[in-house]
Design a protein around this ligand. Structure first.
Ligand SMILES: *Cc1c(COP(=O)(O)O)cnc(C)c1O
Length: 235
């Protein structure tokens, strides 16, 4: 994918976000785009950065670290959107600004402990599994409040909101169901101390549905960068 193609695809995604925000009667600025660059090269990230895209999402730790090493000259905001592993929490806490898939209190404690003290607390979203699929990460909806409570006392973490990764679904009406469920769960769990302002949901195929249901962080890969050059057997 050439830099020009990335520029025009990025512009098209921004236009979709704008149209969906207007249709939802929301401020367009209330929706942030995270460009999901997993399985894309550092040059693709650089091309998007030049177009003003500063937040990038990565799913595979080693791959992300390799690309970060090539991009140290750019002030990129790095989001980890993959599965958290207990033995990788030190690298996650040092290498990322956000972790979206938090689903375990042990991981939360380790991420907090490993967050370098000279950095602001690591921003995290609690991943909720709304489809009940065993293959998908995330806590069950009724376990989210316990995990939130466990995170509240951790100085190295700041819980920003909730995240979900629904099963793929082509029907725009059906797409909205898990997205709405995440928003309603957030509304139930939010407190003045933990307002959970962020809803991390929406990908290339359900971006509009997610914005209609209140997404504040949309994680868009294919629509920005094209098909991923190679696939992984990892989730
Ligand atoms: C890959 C991925 C995305 C982006 O998916 P696209 O369909 O390419 O937009 C978003 N969120 C997560 C958690 C992902 O793993």
């Amino acid at each position: 994918m050439t830099a020009d193609t990335i520029a025009s695809r990025l512009a098209a995604v921004k236009a979709r976000i704008l149209a969906a925000a207007l249709a939802a009667d929301r401020e367009p600025e209330s929706v942030r785009l995270i460009a999901v660059s997993k399985r894309q090269g550092a040059d693709a990230i650089r091309a998007a950065f030049v177009q003003g895209q500063h937040a990038f999402g990565e799913s595979y730790l080693q791959e992300a670290l390799d690309k970060q090493a090539l991009l140290t000259d750019l002030p990129i905001e790095w989001h980890f959107i993959g599965r958290v592993q207990a033995n990788k929490t030190r690298q996650l806490a040092a290498g990322f600004d956000w972790v979206h898939g938090l689903a375990d209190r042990g991981h939360a404690r380790r991420l907090s402990e490993h967050r370098p003290i000279d950095r602001a607390p690591l921003k995290v979203c609690i991943q909720v599994n709304l489809s009940g699929e065993a293959s998908k990460g995330g806590v069950a909806p009724d376990a989210a409040s316990d995990l939130l409570a466990a995170c509240a006392g951790l100085p190295g973490l700041r819980v920003m909101g909730l995240m979900t990764l629904p099963a793929p679904c082509a029907d725009p009406r059906e797409q909205r169901e898990p997205l709405r469920a995440l928003r309603l769960l957030r509304d139930r769990l939010a407190t003045p101390d933990q307002p959970l302002a962020c809803l991390s949901m929406g990908m290339s195929d359900d971006l509009e549905a997610a914005i209609l249901e209140g997404a504040t962080l949309v994680r868009i890969g294919t629509a920005v960068f094209g098909a991923r050059p190679y696939n992984s057997s990892n989730p």
